[in-house]
Design a protein around this ligand. Structure first.
Ligand SMILES: NC(=O)c1ccc[n+]([C@@H]2O[C@H](COP(=O)([O-])OP(=O)(O)OC[C@H]3O[C@@H](n4cnc5c(N)ncnc54)[C@H](OP(=O)(O)O)[C@@H]3O)[C@@H](O)[C@H]2O)c1
Length: 452
């Protein structure tokens, strides 16, 4: 993108990519010796569905005279009410004195670990003059959809009891325990010469398409891939400031043209109506709709969390429902590294992006002919909200490596060559050139340097 906003792409190698890899940390159901439930080290205060077998197991393992601890038990997908349960668990754990501030999340896909991570980071520090607080001690366990085999719940109760503060573990059906490590990765190569125009008649839907990054992505998809962009946004063209308005005009005037749909991506009917009028098959979706908002987790309400998540996770579902799986070949979802590492004041935003990733990867199962990738970007420089808010310089001081606009757009083009099919669907964290002191996170340092 040059200074006028015209689409150019830079060297995608200036962007660093990392893939999550499972790192084995423990054996299966019988590794702990089986046998009866472990002696309880905690007095559990459990929130969530009281009939969930996990909640029942924790209550059984609870001892009245032990240290208090809070557990939040959630299901397979984030449901209405789950944001409130997460905040309630955090609030209850904060009430615990000193070392009692222990909080464990158990879920089978609903997520929430990102919010707990930020809550823990924000709670550490000076409690009152001269009194340092260690803050919340959080851990998260992601379990299989169904408990497998005898002894599984005993195994989980033992893992919960022993989970170190900050642990985020995945437990497989056979009880094997892993955590997420990170491996430096290469993005798919672009063909030489670069892709010609897409199939005649192809359209690319960009949600949040009038936003800082959405508009630039649309320009690149049009100029380099030959798609006709369909820009879906709550912002109307007339509300755009001068420079993006000029870029939009150029996009609409140059072949293959562009369409603008002024629609809320969470409004199922309006989205279905608007997309039903698009005359071309939609080959690609780049989901950029989102709201950036910050604030400490302790002061956040459930409806704030839901409002942040709605355009991201729910919006993605709305668009995919309206399009159907038939023509779609590429789905690139704009997520954020805040879903992977804690950032002060961005717990709600991190949760929205975690739920977005989970929803995208769940949806990929129903898109066998589509290449699905969740791009979990660091912040961008040169355009986008962080740039507009003047947050880039501060992020650099914090050790982050922002993604420059032109190499970021070149990376987007490479993400459009992600392999198709549900098994290949995945997430990738993307940071800018140079060392990023905030990613991969400390403690995940079994990450491996060799690009795959
Ligand atoms: N910029 C970064 O550094 C960065 C880093 C990591 C990830 N991301 C992600 O990348 C995406 C694009 O970011 P950006 O910087 O371009 O943000 P942006 O300039 O704020 O663009 C987002 C666009 O989405 C629109 N939108 C919000 N809610 C919507 C809804 N319900 N239906 C339809 N449109 C809606 C916004 O409209 P309104 O202005 O009217 O709300 C805005 O035009 C976001 O999802 C963001 O979380 C950005």
């Amino acid at each position: 993108m040059d200074s006028s906003g015209a689409p150019t792409t830079g060297d995608a190698r200036a962007v660093r990519a990392f893939r999550p890899v499972p790192v084995h940390v423990g054996g299966g159901v019988h590794a702990g010796g089986g046998g009866p439930a472990p002696a309880a080290a905690f007095r559990w205060d459990v929130t969530g569905d009281p009939r969930d077998p996990l909640a029942v197991a924790l209550r059984h393992a609870s001892r009245r005279d032990a240290e208090p601890a809070v557990a939040v038990v959630l299901g397979t997908a984030h449901r209405s009410g789950d944001s409130a349960l997460l905040l309630e668990g955090i609030a209850r754990a904060r009430l615990g004195a000193g070392g009692g501030r222990r909080l464990v999340l158990l879920h089978r896909g609903a997520g929430g670990g990102s919010l707990l991570r930020s809550a823990a980071l924000e709670s550490a520090g000076v409690e009152s003059p001269g009194v340092e607080s260690p803050g919340l001690r959080v851990a998260a366990l992601e379990l299989p959809v169904r408990d497998a085999g005898p002894g599984f719940l005993t195994h989980v109760a033992r893992l919960v009891r022993d989970a170190a503060p900050g642990a985020e573990l995945q437990v497989a059906g056979d009880g094997t325990v892993t955590r997420t490590g990170w491996r430096a990765a290469s993005l798919p190569e672009l063909p030489v010469p670069p892709d010609g125009p897409a199939l005649p008649g192809g359209a690319a839907l960009v949600t949040g398409g009038l936003g800082g990054l959405g508009l630039r992505a649309a320009a690149v998809l049009s100029a380099v891939r030959g798609y006709r962009p369909v820009l879906l946004d709550t912002t109307a063209p007339g509300e755009l400031p001068r420079r993006p308005a000029a870029l939009l005009r150029r996009l609409c005037d140059a072949p293959p043209g562009a369409d603008v749909l002024t629609v809320d991506v969470t409004d199922h009917r309006a989205v279905a109506r608007a997309l039903g009028r698009v005359p071309l098959p939609v080959r690609a979706v780049v989901h950029c709709a989102g709201v950036v908002d910050g604030g400490p987790v302790a002061l956040t309400r459930a409806r704030d969390l839901d409002a942040l998540a709605a355009p991201k996770a729910e919006g993605l579902g709305t668009v995919l429902d309206a399009l159907g799986p038939g023509a779609l070949r590429h789905l690139v979802v704009f997520g954020s590294v805040t879903a992977r590492v804690a950032h002060r004041q961005l717990g709600g935003y991190g949760l929205a992006n975690e739920l977005l990733r989970r929803e995208a990867l769940r949806r990929a199962a129903a898109l066998p002919r589509c290449a699905t990738v969740v791009a979990e970007w660091s912040l961008w420089s040169g355009a986008g909200q962080a740039h507009e808010m003047g947050a880039v310089a501060q992020a650099r001081r914090m050790g982050m490596a922002p993604v420059p606009l032109a190499p970021g757009m070149a990376a987007l083009l490479r993400l459009l060559r992600w392999p198709a099919g549900a098994r290949a669907a995945g997430a990738v964290v993307l940071t800018g050139p140079g060392d990023d002191r905030t990613f991969p996170p400390e403690g995940s340092n079994e990450w491996c340097n060799s690009p795959t």
